[in-house]
Design a protein around this ligand. Sequence first.
Ligand code: 4NP
Length: 155
Amino acid sequence: MKKIKILFVCLGNICRSPMAEFVMRHLVEQNLLSDYIDVDSAGTSGWHDGENMHRSSYQMLKQHGIDCKNFVSKRLPENALQNYDYVAVMDDSNLSDVYQCLGYDSQRIFKLTDFCEDFDFVPDPWYTGNFFQTYHIINECCLNWIRKLKQDLGS
Ligand code: 4NP
């Protein structure tokens, strides 16, 4: 069976989308779905290409027992829709940047917060400093998404 490929996207690919990548991968592993779902992340800007994730994102993941080795920040590739099934972004600004880069596709490109009722976007801790809040929103959205994916996969 072909794997479902998920790409998380934010602006810098050092704070939010790496957090989402490792939270989701952790959930995929916990739910024994590694044979069915692949997870990756990228940034629209490319400003931090080649860097590790933000220290506070790393610490937030560590505190929650989530392994996050071998991360390298990278820019969103223009052919992403050829290699990924879903592109989940963090806010409206990411959404318009991604549409501009990849073309409009409302079925495959959407905000991660479409999977939760209480938030309309994932706040950027680069500006808010609140990595804790960002982690919890991401975690809730990913939990809801994995439930849906499990249903879709019939497992
Ligand atoms: P991210 O946060 O998009 O969640 O990775 C940012 C990281 C870096 C910058 C902005 C946002 N920056 O301006 O370098």
